[in-house]
Every structure is written in C-alpha cells, then in structure tokens.
Design a protein. Structure first.
Ligand code: HEM
Length: 192
C-alpha cells in the first residue's frame, strides 16, 4: 500500500515552482500527447507485477558502479537501510509515472523528489548521513538506462511490436519530462 511506504509523501508536500502552464508547454515540447497517456496506463498494467525485477536490475546497475553507489554512501560505505527505503519509493514511482494524472499534485511531488536528490533535502527523509547531493550530470545521464532497460519488461505480456514501441516512447517522454522537473533546484534562478 502506498501509504505504508516510509517517506512517500505524495499529496503532502509543498507547491512546485513550475506552473501547470509551463508543464503543458514542456509536454508539448517532448511531444507528449493523450495517446502517450493511454500508452503509459497500458505500460502500468504490463509493469505492475514486474517492479521487483525492474528494481533488481536498476539496483544491480547502481551497485555495480562505485561512482553511483557513492550517492548512497558515507566514507565509501553504502548505507543498506537507505538503499532499501529508497527502493520502496522507487517501486511506487514506476506505478505513479504510468498511472497518476500529471496535475498540480503530481507536479508538486516532482519538485519534492527534485529536492530529495539535491542538497536542499537529500538524506532528510530517511534521516541518514550520506553524501549531500546527487550531481546534476548523473540525473540527466540516468534518462538512458532508466529508459533502455524498461523495453524488455514491456515485451513480457504478449503485446505486438507496435504497441511495445508506443509504450516505450511514452515511457521515454515521461522520464524525460520528469528529469527536467527534477533538475529545477540545480539551475540558476530565472534560467530553468
Ligand atoms: C531517490 C528515481 C537519478 C540516487 C529516488 C526516488 C526515485 C528515484 C523514484 C525516491 C523518490 C521519493 O522519495 O519518493 C530516479 C530516477 C532518476 C534518478 C528516475 C533519473 C532518471 C538518480 C541518480 C542517483 C540517484 C543519478 C545516483 C546514484 C538516489 C538517492 C535517492 C533517490 C540517493 C534518495 C534521496 C533522499 O535522500 O531522499 N530516485 N533517480 N537517483 N535517488 Fe534517484
């Protein structure tokens, strides 16, 4: 259950500095349409019982790269409780990305996640003492692995190649949109 996920605060956070009007223009810019929304809902159906396998794959990627596991660590020691706590919210995020309407509540939570990656709020939710910020360059770099690795999971439920491709594009656009919103705290005032 969503509400049982430690630190998950959807609907309970401050206002995003990005307006709905700006979000609409961003959606237009990444060519995100109502068709993509439908395909994301379908992706949600396809992915919902595969989130553990997806997270295993992503965590293997992070765990296998010292420069990435660094962001869950202090003095080179990964904090296992932190990795586990974030994993539960990450699983919920997969479902939210596919199923939630991209409204003011969604926008507000994107800003909260942005702050949680940035020095503004990293470590606070789980009350841990690890490195203080995830560097901007890796936020953007993650768009590719988080996108490319989803394709195999989208093929698992017998959809034809065209439908898989449509779900995949919708996912790629949604992740791009999300990461743009998550970089807000890293950008100089009036330059976002
Ligand atoms: C938190 C996804 C980039 C490390 C989270 C959460 C999600 C997520 C869903 C939990 C949000 C919540 O609290 O509800 C993603 C996605 C990324 C990305 C989709 C880019 C496409 C990165 C990168 C790193 C990273 C590059 C570095 C290894 C972390 C850490 C937290 C976190 C350490 C916990 C932050 C805290 O202290 O609250 N991420 N992330 N993330 N992510 Fe990411």
């Amino acid at each position: 259950m969503e509400k049982d996920i430690k630190g998950y605060a959807y609907g309970q956070v401050g206002q995003s500095p990005v307006s709905i009007a700006d979000l609409e223009l961003l959606k237009k810019t990444v060519l995100f349409t109502e068709e993509d929304e439908k395909n994301l809902r379908l992706a949600g159906e396809v992915l919902k019982d595969q989130t553990n396998e997806i997270l295993d794959l992503w965590y293997d990627f992070v765990g296998g790269n010292e420069h990435l596991v660094h962001y869950f660590s202090k003095n080179g020691q990964p904090n296992m409780d932190y990795l586990t706590a974030v994993r539960a919210r990450f699983g919920q995020w997969i479902m939210d990305l596919c199923n939630k309407p991209y409204d003011q509540t969604w926008l507000n939570y994107q800003h909260e996640i942005a702050l949680r990656h940035h020095s503004s709020k990293k470590n606070k939710t789980d009350d841990v003492d690890t490195v203080p910020i995830i560097h901007y360059r890796y936020m953007v770099a993650f768009i590719f692995p988080i996108t490319a690795t989803i394709k195999g999971f989208l093929t698992k439920k017998g959809h034809d190649a065209e439908t898989v491709e449509a779900m995949y594009s919708a996912w790629f656009k949604a992740v791009t949109l999300t990461v743009i919103l998550w970089t807000y705290p890293y950008i100089n005032k009036n330059e976002f």
